[in-house]
Design a protein around this ligand. Sequence first.
Ligand code: MN
Length: 204
Amino acid sequence: MTMTTVATTLFAIVELPYAYDALEPYISAETLHFHHDMHYAGYVAKLEELVEGTRYATMSLEDIVRESDGAIFNNASQAWNHVFYFEQLAHNPRHTPEGHLRRAIDQTFGSVDELRKRINTAATSLFGSGWVWLATDGDGRLYIVSKPNAGTPLTDGLTPLMCVDVWEHAYYIDYRNHRKQAVEELWRVLDWRVVEQRYEDAVY
Ligand code: MN
């Protein structure tokens, strides 16, 4: 009888849903290799180390984010945030939102351009590392939420719809210290289809 030992991990590394060079020239393959394979995977590895033997070991990532604090929260939230961030980008994105989300954006911000401007401003003015989020409550209202470090609107009872990673590791290889430009170029690879689907799932 042959025994097969399967190496298991508590939290799977979610592969990129596109090739590493799919987002060029806006996000380089080099950036994605570092961002996904080193930074994101590093948070997952660290989280596994921290939760081993604790009550968090059998929880979903999202539940850990909602219920933990300190180092476990930081690594769980960074793991969750990165999967969410990578998922919303595409080689052939749709550049404008439609449907319910489009109506909510127009009602709340006046236009999609105005929403982009406000998120760009929030992202460029966030001091240090963190995330800027578009999020919704259960009633479909929209919020722009700035969070330092690993922060997420999940802990405010909101559902995230899209995010901008403003940690330097997200853009420094391609844009050096030009965060403003990095944030503006992110819209070129943001797939509004994904954001719309998240809004539909959260509200309708
Ligand atoms: Mn990142």
